[in-house]
Design a protein around this ligand. Sequence first.
Ligand code: ADP
Length: 245
Amino acid sequence: MQRVDHSKNIIEVQGISFSYDGKVNVLKSITFAIHSGDYVGLIGPNGAGKTTLLKIMLGLLTPTKGEVRLFGQKINEFKDWYKVGYVPQKATHFDTGFPATVEEVVLMGRYAKRGLFSRTTEEDRKLTREALKQVDMWEYRRRLIGDLSGGQQQRVFIARAIVSQPEVIFLDEPTTGIDRQAQDDFYVLLRKLSGELGLTLVLISHDIKRVTDEVMHIAWIDRTLESYSSPEEYLRMRKEEQTVL
Ligand code: ADP
């Protein structure tokens, strides 16, 4: 069963506008909230501002107007970053010469919680094992990350994100460059993280058809927030729009 705790907002985006050059607004007056246990697809055409919005929600860019709250705290005062996992788009373009094993890559995810120079503990190893099992990559733990396929690497990056026991994971176009079967497996994994672990997921994707089949809510972005709705409502609106045109 999907668990959505509507009493708890994980992310609140309030009146956000953003400009890279101080002139043109890439994002304008965006307001929405994401609840605990929600699974949200951020969709919109290329250049719509999705990645920019994601970076603002991660505190990597500061909005020119408006405010973001994570777990009820203003983002510039937020300190519990271990609660937030991030799987970047570039994960599939991992440098194939990078000499780390799968297990080491996932262990790195533990440093987010405890600091870079802390020693690896038994607990770290146990959680790493559990994370790798969750994503069905335990057998590959001694392999070099660069020797894996894009789909396998992406699963390892999910494991790295979940090993710090976050409550929300942001994923930026996670299926870019991976084959159809690996994409299917990936969505099954996300469903498991959402359904069984109750993780809040925020997924940027251009694959509208696939995303509307998977998520609980669709945030449709095109510089402004065009709508924030259920997938069914989104599809109905798009259909009506096409009928009018
Ligand atoms: P999306 O993720 O929806 O494709 P982006 O957020 O990447 O959209 O980009 C939104 C707009 O901002 C685009 O017009 C893009 O060219 C511009 N943009 C993105 N990154 C930068 C940057 N670092 N500097 C200047 N403009 C940028």
